[in-house]
Design a protein around this ligand. Structure first.
Ligand code: ZN
Length: 314
């Protein structure tokens, strides 16, 4: 049984967190922010409005241009990255600064996430980089695993590097530059060489739509270890601590929706199994910090709920 050093997670959730689940990763945001200067002057809500307008503008493109555009977004310039002891094949296109256009491989410092074109540059960097873990506070520790909270405002470059890295593995998430609006929860496996990032999620500090998770990723070498499920559980524990309900930012990828459906189903069925007597969706929501709409959709997909006489009945 793991020892929970910092009391962030409730034991009922924590005890089931790190298991062999093959649930995975990756949810998502759909932020399309291309103009760095403008982005700093707008709220994310305003940006979403503009993005929607941009998307509508696509209707004017003919089908061929759209296909071309789609193809472009899938072309992968950076084919592999080196991160810590892993060489990892990338999955998707990520907009790196223009000076990296001719690179097919990038070398990342696994601690500060600075990236370089050549191995020798990385080796030089590693001799002087004094970080041995993400640049934030350790919020939770369990055995050799640690969660660090990195404030995008205090660690802007780290946040941006993380976004570059993440886009290599997420399809419809586009890079955002307003990292100061986010907290990044970076999950690490630790040993005597330092804390090695295995995955993370981002969390908008002040979400108007009660989003408790913007983006989530488990790096490919660490997938299928239950880390994705852990990250989702952690995001809900943060919501509980704040006394709020939360929901992931939409749209969700197919894989993201599957992971969330799995999490919601497990948490709700665990409660319903033990519960005697009536229970309302509001009560379920208060207990789990899962938004009522998500509870309703999950119970409906399990065919556990009916609509009778103007009321939902489980
Ligand atoms: Zn470094």
């Amino acid at each position: 049984m793991p020892v929970f050093v910092i009391e962030v997670l409730g034991s009922s959730v924590a005890s089931g967190i790190i298991d062999n689940s093959d649930l995975i990763e990756e949810t998502v945001v759909d932020e399309k922010v291309e103009d760095k200067v403008t982005s700093l002057k707008m709220t994310r809500h305003q940006k979403r409005k503009i993005d929607e307008t941009h998307v509508e503008g696509h209707e004017e493109l003919d089908a061929a241009s759209l296909r071309e555009n789609e193809e472009f977004t899938k072309v992968n310039n950076i084919a592999t990255i080196e991160l810590g002891r892993y060489e990892i094949e990338t999955w998707y296109f990520s907009h790196f600064p223009p000076e990296y256009n001719d690179c097919v491989k990038l070398y990342f410092c696994e601690f500060c996430l600075n990236f370089m074109k050549r191995k020798e540059q990385l080796q030089r960097h590693m001799r002087k980089c004094d970080l041995k873990h993400p640049p934030g506070d350790e919020k939770y520790q369990c055995s050799t695993l640690s969660m660090f909270e990195v404030d995008g405002k205090k660690n802007r470059v780290y946040g941006q590097n993380l976004c570059y890295l993440e886009k290599l593995f997420l399809d419809h998430k586009t890079l955002y530059y307003d990292v100061e609006l986010f907290l990044f929860y970076v999950w690490c496996e630790c040993d005597d060489r330092g804390c090695h990032m295995v995955g993370y999620f981002s969390n908008e500090k002040h979400s108007e739509e009660s989003y408790n998770l913007a983006c989530i990723l488990t790096l490919p070498p660490y997938q299928r270890k239950g880390y994705g499920k852990f990250l989702i559980a952690f995001s809900y524990e943060l919501s509980k601590k704040e006394g709020k309900v939360g929901t992931p930012e939409r749209p969700l990828s197919d894989l993201g929706l599957l992971s969330y459906r799995g999490y919601w189903t497990r948490v709700l069925l665990d409660i319903l199994k033990e519960h005697r007597g009536n229970i309302s969706i509001k009560e379920l929501s208060d207990m789990t910090a899962i938004k009522a709409e998500d509870i309703l959709a999950t119970l409906q997909s399990l065919e556990l709920i009916q609509y009778r006489k103007g009321q939902h009945v489980i």
